[in-house]
Design a protein around this ligand. Sequence first.
Ligand code: NAP
Length: 342
Amino acid sequence: LTISIGILGATGYTGAELIRLLHSHPEVRITYCSSRQYNGKPISEILEFLKGSYDRELEEFDASAIKKRCDLVFSCLPHGVSMEFIAQITGSVKVVDLSADFRIRDASVYSEWYQKHAHPEMLPKAVYGLCEIYGDEIRHATLVANPGCYPTSVLLPLIPLLKSGMIEQDGIIVDSKSGVSGAGRGLSLNTHICEAGESFSAYKIGHSHRHIPEIEQELTKASGAPVSIEFTPHLIPITRGMLSTIYVSTARSEGELKECLQEFYKEARFVRIIKGLPATKDVRGTNRCLIAMSKGVHSGRATIISVIDNLTKGASGQAVQNMNLMFGLDEAAGLDYIPVFP
Ligand SMILES: NC(=O)c1ccc[n+]([C@@H]2O[C@H](COP(=O)([O-])OP(=O)(O)OC[C@H]3O[C@@H](n4cnc5c(N)ncnc54)[C@H](OP(=O)(O)O)[C@@H]3O)[C@@H](O)[C@H]2O)c1
């Protein structure tokens, strides 16, 4: 089986990460890469490190060429734009959308946080692509909404704990830190090295970050009752990596919480519950999520730490994992990396 792959928005960070991962995937070949600005140029002219390894010419979006040449398309486009392109090709090819366009089940919630949803009729078809939770649905899906990076780091530890009633649904506080590549390759003042380097700041505090409705949707589903979180994201001066510190109320012991997660993830290929404290370096360039936790004997709260690479498990790696599931391949095909160290 060789799967023909298209990448929309191939010149951005998640597109480049997909090319890196798919390069050593045993069952795929990339047959189409789109760019709005650079069509007609070899992709290695834009991403020079690809020279000699991958030199395919970038093309304009062309729905009929995609339908002829691709079995699956990854959309690495900004939200809003992504759904417009996907609407022209779904039905003929499978799609994994890395944008937020199909993650929120309720079009009115999407409209409140993003913009008016142009294709609400497609929402019932979309499966939320958190592989460890929705694997069975993903195997039969034709449109997968790849989760956001912050949501992946928060949902992987919390969903099993909420589902099994080990933690309380109220009072969840999430404090997350992201590397600068989370903001994409486009230029902006906030991600300029002089502004972001040697500095560390929170942004979008209060109930204002766009990943909140996605996280709350999935936590509410796991808990069976409405969950509302406090979420504070931070930008840290590293290129890749994301660390979430999560505070939860619970009457259970540290050992019980760990056992619950260990049992839930005993077959999982990429999620590990560890003894020490994970660092972003431990997952750099990998599809792993490492989780640790601590709880004082007399405390009613536990602290959970999870780390992922925002571009890999938080985006393109999880997208490849979704593709593997959608085509009945080994879930870890092309993803079996250990991190670069040191
Ligand atoms: N970065 C992350 O860590 C991360 C994690 C999870 C999800 N995501 C999501 O994944 C998607 C891609 O993120 P990214 O970080 O790769 O972004 P990026 O580096 O900014 O790349 C986006 C690509 O989309 C193309 N593009 C931009 N505006 C467009 C438009 N109006 N019409 C058509 N093409 C357009 C651009 O290519 P050309 O200019 O060559 O056309 C660009 O290469 C976004 O929806 C983002 O929210 C990102």
